[in-house]
Design a protein around this ligand. Structure first.
Ligand code: DSN
Length: 464
């Protein structure tokens, strides 16, 4: 097939970069290799395939396009309009939504945008506390959401499960205008219908931030909040394997009249995204969101989502079998949260594991006496290892390697650690072996980059 204009231009771009700016080229090449050779168990990592990256890097980025399809403030938006409408239509199909806005630059902005469409400074919001698994933008004191609004927090019960009773009590006591749900480290199913019931009783709106579990929701593996919540937000780069950016979605409440008594809630979001919060949208990201949504509609994505969940369960089971304190006793999604052994903090454990090529992140656990920069826990996630086609045996091996490092690493104070060279050498070699055997899909070469449709490989990985 003859190369098209855009194919020539994009491949010329990478060649020019290598030739004219070797300093930057080497940084980018080094990062690509680092990702290939690392065992990423970062819960917020995904993996964008080369077709998503090509859309992100295409010349559509040159278009300034304030406004929405068919209603722009600049000329030259014919193709941008089509790309944005395609992203909207596909996202609606993926999530069963009635309204989608694909312009938010990131999920944090998306959350602020929803708040701006509903609230005035001083209003009360109820969100999960940061140290219980919430997100900064759900009302943390350090974030604008905790400064503009009176933020009240709910959390987990003594079993590490979301405390709906506490949520209800807080809602009835403080009468928030908005209840924010969705978490960054909660490993169990979230009952969005129950949260809506609490909100109805308290006279509040519901915002579900499904940034972490959006892929499981899209695949029908986790209950969807689209109709239960008034507003659903998600980033597009974690479990949706798309570009940096976010979506705001609505289901049955899209046409409900908003707080001003005149406009619908979705109309409120439309004008809150632009012009209230953002100017010209990132049209290249919108094009890449369209591509990512297209990949989610492929039948193989459900297999990948099942693998993500199965792999996380296996990680939790293997940790429990080795005596680790797994918060909530297991997982229903892609995340696992556990306590590090005595003598180590989450910070030293993270550094020691990274030294051996295993990437995780330190995370506070319920009742943690350590701060967020140190922590007593680690959070694991299975999005990227599942994309690589790893399965049950590889999760067991990953936990064996984690256990080896955590039991041999010695804290030297602050965030320092010591690890015997022989342990470092053995673990690093086995990590490299795993990564070589299960390369990231983009190492296969462009022609074969269709991992989410590769049900055969995924089914093979699911087989013990
Ligand atoms: N919210 C952070 C996380 O969960 O890792 C970044 O996306």
């Amino acid at each position: 097939m003859k190369q098209s204009h855009i194919e020539r231009y994009l491949s010329q771009g990478i060649q020019t970069l290598r030739q004219d700016d070797p300093q930057l080229f080497e940084i980018l090449e080094g990062e690509h290799q680092r990702q290939s050779e690392s065992l990423s168990l970062i819960a917020s990592s995904g993996g964008s395939d080369s077709s998503v990256l090509a859309a992100t890097g295409s010349t559509i980025v040159n278009v300034t396009a304030e406004g929405y399809p068919g209603k722009r403030y600049h000329a030259g938006c014919r193709f941008v309009d089509k790309a944005e409408q395609l992203a909207i239509d596909r996202a609606k199909q993926v999530f069963g939504a009635r309204y989608v806005n694909v312009q938010p630059h990131c999920a944090s902005f998306a959350n602020h945008t929803v708040m701006q469409s509903l609230l005035v400074p001083g209003d009360t919001i109820l969100g999960m506390s940061l140290d219980q698994g919430g997100h900064l933008t759900h009302g943390a004191p350090a974030n604008l959401s905790g400064k503009l609004y009176k933020a009240v927090g709910y959390g987990l019960d003594s079993r590490g499960l979301l405390d709906y009773r506490q949520m209800r009590e807080c809602a009835l006591e403080h009468r928030p205008r908005l209840i924010v749900c969705g978490t960054t480290s909660y490993t169990r199913v979230i009952d969005f219908d129950r949260i809506r019931e609490i909100a109805e009783e308290a006279g509040a709106y519901v915002l579900a931030d499904i940034t972490h579990i959006a892929g499981l929701v899209a695949a029908g593996i986790h209950p969807s909040p689209i109709d239960a919540a008034h507003f659903t937000t998600t980033c597009t780069f974690k479990q949706l394997y798309g570009p940096r950016g976010a979506l705001i979605m609505m289901g049955r409440d899209a046409d409900s009249i908003g707080p001003d008594g005149i406009r619908s809630l979705s109309h409120g979001i439309q004008s809150a995204v632009f012009p209230l919060m953002q100017g010209s949208p990132e049209v290249h990201s919108i094009a890449a969101k369209a591509r990512a949504m297209g990949r989610l509609l492929e039948p193989g994505f459900r297999d990948l989502a099942r693998l993500i969940q199965a792999n996380a369960s296996e990680l939790a089971a293997a940790l429990l079998a080795r005596g680790y304190d797994v918060i909530s006793g297991g997982t229903d999604n892609h995340m696992v949260l556990f306590r590090v052994p005595p003598g180590l903090s989450g910070e030293t454990a993270t550094r020691a594991l990274e030294y051996c090529g295993i990437l995780v992140n330190k995370n506070k656990i319920p009742g943690d006496y350590r701060g967020a920069a140190t922590t007593s826990g680690l959070r694991l996630g299975s999005n990227t290892v599942s994309l690589r086609g790893m399965g049950r045996l590889q999760m067991q091996e990953a936990v064996e390697l984690i256990d080896t490092v955590l039991h041999h690493a010695r804290s030297t104070g602050q965030s320092g650690f010591e690890l015997d060279d022989s342990i470092h050498g053995q673990v690093t070699e086995r990590v490299r072996g795993l990564c070589r055997t299960f390369p990231l899909p983009y190492d296969y070469g462009a022609a074969q980059v269709r991992p989410t449709a590769d049900a055969v490989q995924i089914q093979a990985a699911l087989t013990p």
